[in-house]
Design a protein around this ligand. Structure first.
Ligand code: ADP
Length: 373
């Protein structure tokens, strides 16, 4: 089979690492010919994933296409789908998720618990909604990694909001953030990974480290699984879906957002679960049986972010020491240049003991630094 990936970042790179175990000819479309996925595919095509003609030309001779980012040209995918190219997930699901406004409306229409919200199209409209605060303002399109999200506590914060179509969402008292990955094949069969719990770096608004399976009471985990499954089923598409959820102090579970693709909250599945999320997506695309999502051992992920104020050719301080640690797996994404907060790699730790996981994760966070030469 000939399979294309739209986007050539680290998710594409890890997807291609898993593809090497199958007989599949891989194609990547991405603007940057030095991107993390460029050298691991059979065919790299330099081009804009947002451009109709580029995506259409890329896809018309392929059997299937998947995405590693939502900001793609959906019209081209729709045309390709109508001509028989399999798209994972289908373009309608990407369209719903791509814009936070349609995504929130989707949750509401399908009675999926997600924080209450209203829509604002401009700062002027936002300033009329001070009664709705404290809330979180989220730009409809174009936000990623915490950019495009602003916490608005009181009326004086309104100026921090977005002067563009956005969602204004009620602030949740978050006890824990978790994420669940669901696999859906062409027959509608599903497989669900155990929840991962995420700890966020408040400064950069980026995922800091993560532990899996999440430490939560069983009844809350069941609730979260049922909600995540409902999200995946309601999207009515084969593919892999990562559902991010909030757990509040009362034990309520709310959907934050969904990604219709392999996800950073599932990096640990490479070493810590029998079937990784990347392997799973190939099983779906190549029409093989779904894999086993069970954990082999609990795990933690430490993200390797570019250090503050470091811009330039990347060097990895402390790498040798980390590579000497047991049950620790280093992934560098092959990005030659670092900048503050840039995702440069991750480290997975596996251990049967959660205390040990947290201890090792903190040790690695202090040992390993991505600096500029
Ligand atoms: P992104 O798509 O950029 O990752 P998210 O929508 O996931 O943005 O929001 C980023 C972070 O902001 C979340 O991980 C969470 O910590 C915080 N956040 C988002 N929505 C809410 C909310 N309704 N209440 C409280 N915190 C929120």
């Amino acid at each position: 089979m000939k399979v294309g990936i739209l986007g050539g970042g680290q998710l594409g790179r890890m997807l291609l690492q898993a593809a090497a175990n199958y007989t599949v000819e891989t194609f990547v479309l991405e603007n940057d010919s030095n991107c993390p996925a460029a050298h691991l595919c059979h065919h790299f095509i330099k081009g804009d994933i947002k451009d109709f003609n580029t995506v259409y030309e890329f896809g018309k001779n392929l059997d299937a296409i998947t995405i590693e980012i939502e900001a793609v040209n959906i019209e081209a995918l729709e045309k390709l789908a109508s001509e028989g190219v399999k798209i994972y997930p289908n373009p309608a699901a990407i369209r719903i998720i791509k814009n936070k406004i349609t995504q929130k409306e989707f949750y509401k229409n399908n009675e999926i618990p997600s924080p209450n919200f209203l829509i604002t199209n401009s700062l002027e409209e936002l300033s009329a909604q001070t009664k709705f605060l404290p809330a979180v303002h989220k730009i409809g399109e174009g936000g990623y990694d915490g950019k495009g999200v602003q916490v608005l506590i009181e009326a004086t914060d309104i100026a921090k909001g977005f002067d563009a179509p956005s969602v204004l969402e009620k602030m949740v008292d978050i006890q824990k953030e978790i994420a669940l990955i669901i696999a859906v094949n062409d027959k509608g069969e599903t497989a669900i990974y155990p929840a991962a719990e995420m700890l966020v770096n408040q400064q950069l608004n980026l995922l800091d480290y993560q532990v899996s399976p999440a430490r939560l009471p069983e009844n809350i985990l069941w609730k979260a699984e049922a909600i995540a499954l409902k999200v995946a089923k309601s999207l009515n598409s084969p593919g892999l879906f990562a559902v991010e959820l909030f757990v509040d102090p009362q034990g309520n579970v709310w959907v934050n957002e969904t990604a219709p693709r392999v996800h950073n909250s599932g990096h640990h599945t490479i070493e810590a679960n029998y079937c990784s999320q990347y392997d799973m997506l190939w099983r779906i695309i190549l029409n093989y049986p779904l894999g086993n999502t069970d954990p082999i051992m609990p795990s933690a992920i430490v993200n390797l972010l570019g250090a503050p104020e470091q811009n330039g050719k990347a060097i990895y301080k402390g790498l040798e020491e980390v590579l000497r640690m047991d049950q620790v797996f280093v992934h560098l994404y092959g990005k030659t240049h670092t900048k503050p907060g840039r995702k440069m790699g991750h480290v997975t730790i596996i251990s049967s003991d959660y205390q040990d996981l947290i201890h090792q994760a903190n040790k690695i966070k202090h040992l390993l630094e991505v600096n500029a030469e």
